[in-house]
Design a protein. Sequence first.
Length: 360
Amino acid sequence: MENIFGRKGTRVIDVGGVKIGGDNKIAVQSMNNTLTSDIEATLRQIDELKDAGCDITRVAIPDKEAAEALKEITKRSSLPVVADIHFDYRLALMAVENGASKIRINPGNIGGRENVLKVANACKERSIPIRVGVNSGSIEKSLIEKYGKVCPEAMTESALGAVKLLEDVDFDNIIISIKSSSPRLTIETYRELSKLTDHPLHVGVTEAGTVREGIIKSAVGIGSLLSSGIGDTIRVSLTGDPVDEVLAGIGILKALDLRKGGITFVSCPTCGRTKVPLIELASEIEKRICGLPYDLKVAVMGCAVNGPGEARDADIGLAGAINEFILFEKGETIRRIKASDAVEEFVAEVIKLGEMKNGR
Ligand code: SF4
């Protein structure tokens, strides 16, 4: 990948076949919000995330039931699955055994060197990396006392201390994250950390908020870091549908020209001429097509009077009329589609055109 921001050199780590770090593409991650023990719902959501363009997903492993469910999930998953574990090293061991592609854990709180060694050895045996995940809320009291507050120095020391616990047991297949809900603190901390380590960095703003708030904070936090060459994989964290996290993550990468190709989606802001429920329709279509591997500009417009003209440069578009839609390509009307069939037929047309143009 083009190194346009002078990307900082990091080691390369393999997460279930997805390479993270070095000059590899910046992977987009998300996290399932299904109950992990509900295997079918979790797998369905993983497929949705993959369709949206997600590279890696994570599932919570709060108990034995979830760790057991992981076996079937990893067997059938369309994406590498990361197991998210807090405090209990036995769940980490089960997750490794049950096919997790990576473990997210804080080695500082799994009960001492013995347990760290057990988890590290299990991961080493299967070449599974560990993400050392430190959050501003989980900084050791001693560090807060030392620095007087939660600050970049305290967070960095906490993360590097956790990394050292693994390195001390001869484990270095490590990715680090060090998130805060404040974009500013996140930016300052990752900048500090990246000077001191060459482990790949998983970048994100944690507990960023609802879709609106969260996307703003993530775009600022993740965007600033990426533009200074920091970050090997990203997760936008939203109180909402994880598919929106993926779309936002890809959007941030595209805005910085760090991911090229794929679908460019445009839709009009709607006005008094709109006679169709465009807002719902546009977000439904966006979710369905954004992860498709075709270089296409796709438009969803509110009216047939101005829509096709305003979106003349779109390869394919849909414009609302009364009880029906107009399908257009490069501004030219192709045919009409019944309102009730609009989403399905339009998605099928986008795929058909994509296959034709991109020769897949
Ligand atoms: S495309 Fe039509 S509905 Fe959308 S903003 Fe333009 S005039 Fe209004």
